[in-house]
Design a protein around this ligand. Structure first.
Ligand SMILES: CC(C)(COP(=O)(O)OP(=O)(O)OC[C@H]1O[C@@H](n2cnc3c(N)ncnc32)[C@H](O)[C@@H]1OP(=O)(O)O)[C@@H](O)C(=O)NCCC(=O)NCCS
Length: 186
């Protein structure tokens, strides 16, 4: 038996536990209030430049996604065509807010993809982590969203992903927790 909730609370957790349900997945939905706050001012690491999504560089976005997410639990290992279709095929996809970061040596270092109202994915290849690139990509996407009058930006982050601390530091707040519980019926 599987039970899903879009708004986990301590009371729901107790209720599910009392029925023998075990949590198998949880992610936080976080929100940045674009109407109420300026996006944080985070500089790109020196020499890094950004390029907007285009079909000619979709393969490079995929390569950076693949290198960034392959160590995450549950990584699906999709081929490029599937990930590109999933990303750009969404009617709400916003190529102008979806950015590829490239270092001075020409190596792609990170990316962010966005849809209307959402940061969909952000990733930085392992060799580039911890230098502020993830924060700078999120801040730049927020600036672009705000410039078009968007009121807020949402994202999902697995509760086990330390990226949640980065989003909190940038000014995102918790909107709610989605979770899935299961009970094996014998
Ligand atoms: C999340 C991610 C994009 C951050 O990129 P980054 O360039 O290292 O980010 P920054 O340098 O701006 O910030 C680093 C912060 O990220 C957070 N962080 C994210 N993942 C982390 C990890 N595995 N270990 C430690 N800290 C991590 C910490 O808060 C860290 O802060 P600190 O440097 O003060 O310790 C990168 O770790 C990544 O690609 N992870 C795998 C893909 C992923 O999980 N994406 C987010 C999905 S919601």
């Amino acid at each position: 038996m599987t039970v899903e909730t879009e708004a986990l609370t301590a009371a729901t957790e107790r209720l599910f536990a009392s029925r023998g349900l075990r949590q198998v997945f949880a992610e936080d939905v976080m929100r940045f209030d674009l109407a109420g706050a300026e996006p944080p001012d985070v500089a790109l690491p020196p020499g890094v430049r950004l390029g907007e999504w285009g079909s000619d560089i979709a393969g490079r976005f995929f390569a950076v996604y693949d290198a960034s997410f392959r160590d995450r639990p549950g990584f699906p290992g999709w081929p490029a065509e599937r990930w590109v279709a999933w990303t750009a095929g969404d009617d709400e996809f916003r190529p102008q807010w979806s950015l590829l970061a490239t270092g001075v040596d020409g190596d792609d270092a990170g990316f962010i993809t966005c849809a209307q109202g959402w940061i969909v994915q952000v990733g930085v290849v392992p060799a580039w982590r911890g230098r502020g690139l993830g924060a700078a990509l999120v801040a730049e996407a927020l600036r672009r969203m705000r410039a078009t009058g968007a009121a807020d930006a949402l994202l999902d982050v697995n509760v086990n992903n330390p990226a949640g601390q980065l989003y909190t530091r940038l000014g995102f707040t918790l909107l709610g927790r989605r979770a899935r519980f299961q009970r094996t019926v014998s």
